[in-house]
Structure formats: C-alpha cells, structure tokens
Design a protein around this ligand. Structure first.
Ligand code: P6P
Length: 336
C-alpha cells in the first residue's frame, strides 16, 4: 500500500521549494533537530529500563538540580547539530555560555537555542516533558560569533518549535507559515504530519497557573483568577476549568490543541526576577508558536516577541494562549 501521509522531510522540502519559506540550510537544520528529538524520545521512553533516570548529582547554570536525562538531552542536541555546517553556535538552558561550533567543522549562518528537556521534574513520575527550540540568524558584518549575537528579540526567529514526549511523541513547528504538528511513527521512525494550520480559539474557559503561588501574585493576576473562580455568578458570567501540568511543553500543547490560557507571572517570592521562565528558549519559541496559531503572548505589559534581551538566560513573566484572555489580563496590568 502506498503511504500518502506527508513526512516532516516532505513538509520541509515543500516549505523550501513550493512556498519559498525556508532556505535549504534551515531545512537541514530542522531535520537534524527532529532526529535529535527522536533520539531523546527513545531515551525518555525507556524510563527505569534504561540507566538514565534520576538525578545527575549536579546543578545547572540556573542552580537547578540536573536529571541524568537533562544532560543526555543536551549532549544529544549538541552532538547532532555541531558537524552539519548549518550552525555557528548553540545556547542551552543547561550551559552557562554559548557553544561555538568547533573549528574542525564548517560554521553556518544560524544560531540554535534550546531547553533540552523542559519539565524534567516530571521525568520520574512519568508525566509529559519536552524539548523546546528556537532558531535565529547569526548577525552579519563580523567574523565568528559572539554572545551578543544571540541577544535578538523573539520577532527575529526564523523557526521555533518543541517536541513533547507524552503518550505520543509530537513535534510542533513553525517557520512563519502557521503551525504544523508531526507525530512520531515508531514503526517507521519518522515524524508524520498529523495537523497543520493549527488555530487557537480567541476565547476559552480554561486557565493554567500554579495556584499555590496565589498569595504572591500581583493584583492584576489575582483579579483575573478571582474573576475566573467566581464563575457564572461572577463578573465573567461563565465557569472556568483549571489545569497545571508543571511542564510548559505539555501545557502549551494542550492550549494549541484546544485553547486556553497559560500564566507563569512575576510574583513576590523572588521580586528581583521578572518571572521564572526563560525568554530566549522558552517564552520566545512558545510565544511565536502561539501567535502563529492566532493566539497572543505578553509579559503582562508588552508582546513577548518584542522584548529586547539583555542576557542569554534572562527570565520573563509569561501570559499566553487564547487572544481575548491574554488581552484581558494585559489590560488589567495596564489599569494599574
Ligand atoms: P512550578 C518546568 O520546571 C518549568 O520550567 C515549566 O516547564 C513549567 O511550566 C514550570 O517550570 C513549572 O513551575 O513552579 O509550577 O513547578
């Protein structure tokens, strides 16, 4: 039987050849990233049958305890991408500084940023986790690559996506022409197009936030959640549902699949930090995907993709998802 399904490879070739959306170097980069995600998926899916579970006994640059799979995922992405000639450098949540492609390999024109395994506190309890990635062009006009080359706003991304390791392994991608989803066919070992032109409804009755932080929130967030909790008898005139997976990839995948609002806002616990999540390799790629699907993403006051980064690992307050709800929360901030 002829397989009429469209593979990731064919989708990317058509984005390159038919739509002219991506050059061949970027197509090759995305195929390598997808192959790396496939390998990470196989390591994650082994669970206790492999020897990759549990803590690595080390801390990452963020001072967070590393899981063995955090390190394996990071190394998998580095090794898969360093030799291909399409990248100048990489940056990762698991590494302090940038990783410049070694001189023994040709240097390319792209920069790859990633959170190699987001939500890794969920690994040991078998809850969905994922890899988040973002691609920028290396600025021209100077040889080599510098840290500052990475400090570009999210509106300069040329590709962004994630791979969620859940009941299915699904790669979700945008190159600026909408959002497409590819499910891993484990029998053939290839990602198959299962959804494209993904759209998020502008309204929702489902929000995602860690409610245990309620007493630490700023007034606009507190007002929004209180109104949701007041339900049909309250000012919103409708009931709301709540979800919190504590894995951004899984929460965002649900929102891309059925709408919703995700918030990890600034709070009083560490007032000097603008938020918990990272701008460059979490909020920017997720924000672009959400916008490409018709949603919105702000830090409460500004479009996330317009934020000019000052540091590679800087954090940001994140409010993203169904457009009308993001605009409502953002309006509550501007009212203060
Ligand atoms: P909390 C995972 O550690 C993560 O970075 C995101 O994936 C997730 O949304 C958030 O932190 C969960 O944070 O404070 O609820 O454990």
């Amino acid at each position: 039987m002829v397989d009429h399904r469209i593979s990731l490879t064919r989708y990317l070739v058509e984005q390159q050849r038919v739509h002219g959306h991506i050059p061949s170097e970027l197509r090759l980069l995305l195929e390598v990233v997808a192959r790396a995600c496939k390998r990470i998926s196989f390591a994650v899916n082994k669970g206790d049958l492999g020897d990759a579970m549990g803590s690595a006994g080390s801390e990452n640059v963020q001072g967070e305890m590393q899981k063995k799979l955090d390190i394996i995922a990071n190394e998998t992405l580095i090794e898969a991408n360093e030799w291909g000639g399409h990248l100048a450098a990489m940056a990762s949540e698991e590494m302090e500084g940038i990783y410049i492609v070694p001189n023994r390999y040709p240097q390319g024109e792209y920069l790859l940023l990633f959170d190699p395994l987001d939500g890794s506190s969920n690994i040991d309890v078998n809850v969905s986790i994922g890899t988040i990635f973002s691609v920028l062009r290396k600025p021209e006009g100077h040889p080599g690559v510098q840290d500052a080359d990475f400090l570009q706003p999210g509106n300069r991304q040329v590709a962004a996506g994630y791979c969620v390791y859940g009941p299915q392994t699904t790669l979700v991608l945008t190159v600026g022409d909408g959002v497409a989803m590819f499910t891993l066919d484990r029998e053939q070992g290839s990602f198959i197009l299962t959804r494209e032109n993904v759209r998020i409804a502008e309204d929702t009755q489902e929000f995602a936030i860690n409610m245990s932080n309620m007493r630490h929130w700023d007034a606009p967030v507190r007002r929004y959640i209180d109104e949701c909790l007041a339900g049909a008898e309250g000012p919103r005139g409708k009931n709301f549902n709540m979800r919190w997976i504590a894995s951004m990839v899984a929460d965002v995948h649900r929102i891309l699949s059925r709408g919703g609002l995700f918030m990890y806002p600034w709070d009083k616990r560490e007032p000097h930090k603008p938020g918990k999540l990272r701008l460059m390799y979490e909020a920017n790629p997720m924000g672009w995907l959400i916008e490409q699907a018709g949603g919105a993403a702000t830090n409460g006051r500004q479009r996330i993709l317009d934020i000019q980064p000052g540091q590679l690992h800087e954090r940001v307050s994140v409010i993203l998802g169904s457009k009308n709800e993001v605009e409502r929360v953002t309006s509550y901030h501007s009212a203060t």
